[in-house]
Structures are given as structure tokens and as C-alpha cells.
Design a protein around this ligand. Structure first.
Ligand SMILES: [Zn+2]
Length: 328
């Protein structure tokens, strides 16, 4: 028994080592269009930069426990366009965000009303590339109400929409999200439907929407399944993201999926569309993304400050370039 167990483990770790060898995608550029960096560490930023992530989008979401007042929302949105963007720049990664009221907290209607009032103060800011992540969680009447209101806001602001689809009753929830967007006169080419799986992808693509896939480690949408989807549907209007947050998740999901796709024989051109180009094309409809931005953050100066604060702690020396190993 011990031996078969051992063999099993060997097999799994051997497979993992092959799949996750990032050396095979060295030199490629990646863009993660859904990652909650507020919940991540500087080690994550460093690892992403080293793996070739040059840009990312941080959607506004819920923080794992409900906020109790409007000022918490205000400060959170401010950090997405301020401190977090600065932190990202210190690792040479261009940070964008989407702003919105997430579906879970849409169910607190008295607070949701107040959030709707402050959203216009943030959605027109520089680097805001969409309204998101919005949509359905439990598919309640309140969720629908605030989804519709925010679709109107997206139209008014001329911004793309980043739609969170529910984990329960996903197929119906996804269809309903698309029906409602169309009902509001929003062009499917401006809507990114997120958290797709094998059950939803065909309809999303057939109807002209962008299909995003979240690569969750160990469960749900693993990157092996993503390779099969890429094989079946091709690279058009498909993108992958990590949706890394405060839960068990992997901020390197995008480059790792690229590495696995390469190993499985997907063309480099297709891989670059799925892990870089398509997300940029979709969200550049906000007129807030210029690929030249990615090079402008590359001249990292870690002694820079944001409103008097630096990412360095007492005695640390700023990194001068990417080849230096560690802050001593
Ligand atoms: Zn998210």
C-alpha cells in the first residue's frame, strides 16, 4: 500500500513539474485581466513580474466579509486607483482596475444605494478600464436591480463590462447575464463574461461575448481543462485569468497555463492571444490601455513614494533592476 501510494505521488509531482516549468515561456508577455492584488503580497508581485506578467486588471469585489458602511467602499475604490496601482508599479507591472458593486453586497440594499451614488466619482478616473466585477451570485432580485443599474452606468461612461457569473446554477446565471446586457442595448463585444466552463463557453462565444476563464488550482477549472477548451474553440475572444484573491489561488495561473498549452502543442500565436492579446483588446475599448504603458513602468524605482509612503521598510535598499536577487 505504501508503495502504490508513493508511485502515485511521484506521478503527480512529475506531471506538475512538467506542466509548470515556466522556463518554456520565458520571454513571453502575459496580461492577467482578473486578479485581486490588494489581497496578495509583494512576493506575488515579484513572482508575477519574473514570470512575464506585464499588466493586470484588479476588479472591485467583496473582501470576504461584508462592509458595513459607505466609507469602506470609498477607501477601497480609492486604493484600487491609488496605493495598489503604485505598489504594482514598484514591480514593473502596469495596474488597471474595474470599478463596481459586487453581486454579494448588492443584497444590502440600503448600502447598495449609497454605493451607486459614489460610483460615478471613480469610473471616470485614469486606468479604470471597465465596470466590474458585477452580475449574479445567488441570482436575487436585488442583484438583478444593481446589475441593471450598473449596465446603464457602463453605457453612460462608454466602458466595457466585466461580468462575474454565479458558481451555483452557472448555466442559467450566465445566460441571464447575457440576456440582460443585450436588453440594455450593450454590444456583446464590450462585455467580458467571466468564470466560464465547458457548459457555458459555446453560448457565450456564439452570442458574440468575450469568454474569460478563471484557472483555479486543484479544482473546478484546472489548466488541463483549459488546454482542451483552447483546442476545441481556438483562441478567438477567449482569455484566461487567475482571479487570485484572499482564498487559495495562484497569481501565476496565466503564465502556467501558457506553459502547459505550449507543452500540449498549442501554437505560440494562439497562446499569446489567450494569455495576453485578447484581454488587452477587450479592455482597451475603454481607451485606457496603451501597450506602451507596459514599458513605462519597467524603469522601476523602488525608492519612489506614494503620498509619502514607500514599499520599502527601514534599512531596505531599493532594487535597481530585475536581475538583482533580493533586497538585503
Ligand atoms: Zn474576482
Amino acid at each position: 500500500m505504501c508503495c502504490s501510494h508513493f508511485e502515485n505521488r511521484e506521478q503527480v509531482s512529475g506531471e506538475k513539474a512538467a506542466s509548470f516549468d515556466l522556463a518554456s515561456v520565458k520571454g513571453m508577455r502575459f496580461f492577467d485581466p482578473h486578479v485581486h492584488m490588494t489581497s496578495r503580497t509583494t512576493d506575488d508581485y515579484q513572482a508575477m513580474a519574473d514570470a512575464g506578467v506585464v499588466g493586470l486588471i484588479e476588479p472591485a469585489f467583496w473582501l470576504g466579509q461584508p462592509r458595513t458602511g459607505i466609507d469602506s467602499f470609498r477607501d477601497y475604490y480609492s486604493s484600487l486607483i491609488g496605493w495598489e496601482r503604485f505598489r504594482s508599479s514598484q514591480f514593473g507591472i502596469k495596474h488597471y482596475c474595474t470599478i463596481g458593486l459586487n453581486s454579494r453586497e448588492a443584497n444590502n440594499e440600503s448600502l447598495a444605494e449609497q454605493v451607486m451614488e459614489i460610483l460615478p466619482l471613480f469610473v471616470y478616473k485614469e486606468g479604470v478600464v471597465g465596470i466590474g466585477e458585477i452580475g449574479f451570485d445567488d441570482q436575487t432580485a436585488a442583484e438583478e436591480k444593481y446589475y441593471r443599474l450598473q449596465l446603464e452606468l457602463a453605457k453612460e461612461a462608454g466602458l466595457p463590462v466585466q461580468v462575474h457569473t454565479p458558481h451555483r446554477d452557472k448555466k442559467n446565471g450566465t445566460r441571464r447575464s447575457m440576456d440582460i446586457a443585450i436588453e440594455h442595448g450593450i454590444d456583446p463585444s464590450k462585455v467580458i463574461i467571466d468564470h466560464n466552463n465547458e457548459e457555458t463557453v459555446k453560448e457565450v462565444l456564439d452570442r458574440g461575448f468575450w469568454a474569460a476563464f478563471t484557472i483555479y488550482p486543484f479544482t473546478k477549472m484546472g489548466n488541463e481543462r483549459m488546454v482542451e477548451i483552447a483546442r476545441e474553440y481556438g483562441p478567438d475572444r477567449i482569455m484566461v485569468n487567475s482571479a487570485a484573491d484572499w482564498g487559495i489561488s495562484d497569481p501565476l495561473a496565466v503564465p502556467k497555463t501558457a506553459a502547459l498549452m505550449k507543452l500540449r502543442g498549442i501554437s505560440e500565436e494562439a497562446i499569446q492571444l489567450i494569455t495576453y492579446g485578447n484581454a488587452i483588446a477587450a479592455f482597451a475599448q475603454s481607451d485606457q490601455i496603451d501597450e506602451a504603458d507596459f514599458t513605462s513602468v519597467l524603469s522601476v524605482d523602488q525608492s519612489a513614494k506614494f503620498e509619502g509612503n514607500s514599499i520599502l521598510r527601514g534599512g531596505q535598499q531599493p532594487r535597481i533592476d530585475k536581475s538583482s536577487i533580493i533586497i538585503s
